[in-house]
Design a protein around this ligand. Structure first.
Ligand code: SAH
Length: 334
């Protein structure tokens, strides 16, 4: 690659935040749902979304230049293939995640990434004087936006997990930090013999009724703090995208809570995106920076997870690869 091409490519990466923010604003306004299968002028869209007409036009034409929308005659717009994934009814809708990424507190944490890299401190904590979970607990709107972003990832992940792992041996499966229960409900739905326990913070499980509706007779919902303890009686513990939120010390505290309560012949399933070898696996490596900036956690290699299990009374038995997003680490109490 010659230097000029390299500079141009890098420039595109540098300005990538502009594309990101523009997509997130379009998602927050709900433009893709207003378009559906049809075409609308930017003025119509501005009226539907209470936006400033000329500024919305500028947003839409920019996004049409990168293939999110398509601009036709007379400032009319339709969804381009990429933009379809912004519809809330799309099977792999990224709209809830885009709406979360648009939130100023989230962007603020990333704006302070330099501070994290210089000091090792969590950028969010530096900017707001508290951890992001405490912040969300005090801001119900932010908590709801985050919970729905997490829930939106669950259906494709649930499908991959169900394909890779056989849950038929469990009697009671508890999802520790299970959010609003999308994954647990999907597992219970195809394992009719299984009972479930959804465990998360009070303000999170308060919104779980709709998600677990179909399996509610077999699913107990428990609110609590996983650093203090998790409920007894389950022979399966699930932790998806929990340990990556925390440093080693806090992760050990969660694992020890699980170890204290899990049945002696039980299994702990940790679902995380495991770090790839050098020069590969951008998704997990950028997720790792996200963990540094926002919750103050980290992504890890299998060996790093293994050390945490050992220090908390578990042994890593097997790793199931379920695709690029997530691996299942099966651990047994020792
Ligand atoms: N497992 C879900 C949610 C992951 S996000 C999924 O993969 O979609 C991390 C979850 O940890 C959030 O739902 C958050 O509410 C929960 N959490 C954070 N601190 C907690 C605590 N102290 N006790 C219990 N749950 C906690």
């Amino acid at each position: 690659m010659d230097e000029e091409t390299a500079a141009a490519e890098l420039m595109q990466m540098i300005n990538g935040y502009q594309v990101s923010q523009a997509i997130c604003v379009a998602a927050t306004l709900g433009i893709a749902d207003c378009l559906g299968e049809g075409a609308r002028t930017s003025d119509e869209l501005a009226a539907m979304t209470a936006a400033h007409p000329q500024s919305l036009y500028r947003l839409l034409r920019a996004l049409a230049s990168v293939g999110v929308f398509h601009e036709g005659e007379g400032r009319s717009f339709t969804l381009a293939p990429l933009g379809r994934a912004l519809r809330s009814d799309a099977p792999h809708s990224v709209a809830p995640w885009a709406r979360m990424v648009e939130r100023p507190y989230y962007r603020q944490a990333w704006s302070d990434l330099l501070h994290s890299v210089r000091t090792g401190e969590n950028a969010f904590h530096h900017a707001y004087g508290m951890g992001v979970w405490d912040y969300r607990a005090r801001q119900p709107e932010e908590s709801a936006i985050f919970d729905s972003a997490m829930s939106s990832f669950a259906p494709p992940v649930a499908a991959a997990v169900l394909e890779a792992y056989d849950f038929s041996g469990f009697k009671t499966l508890m999802d520790v930090g299970g959010g609003q229960g999308v994954l647990l409900a999907a597992i219970l739905a195809v394992n009719p013999h299984l009972n479930g326990v959804l465990f998360d913070q009070p303000q999170v499980v308060a919104g779980a009724a709709a998600t677990i509706g179909a399996v509610a007779d077999r699913c107990q919902v428990v609110a609590g703090d996983f650093f203090a303890s998790v409920p007894e009686g389950a022979d399966g513990h699930l932790m998806k995208w929990i340990l990556h939120d925390w440093d080693d010390e806090r992760s050990l505290a969660v694992l020890k809570s699980s170890r204290r309560s899990i049945e002696p012949d039980g299994k702990l399933l940790v679902l995380e995106s495991i770090l790839a070898p050098r020069n590969e696996g951008a998704r997990a490596k950028f997720a790792d920076l996200n963990m540094l900036a926002v919750p103050g956690g980290q992504e890890r290699t299998t060996e790093e997870y293994g050390r945490l299990y050992e220090a908390s009374g578990f042994a890593l038995a097997r790793v199931f690869d379920t695709g690029p997003r997530i691996s299942i680490m099966e651990c047994r109490p020792v």
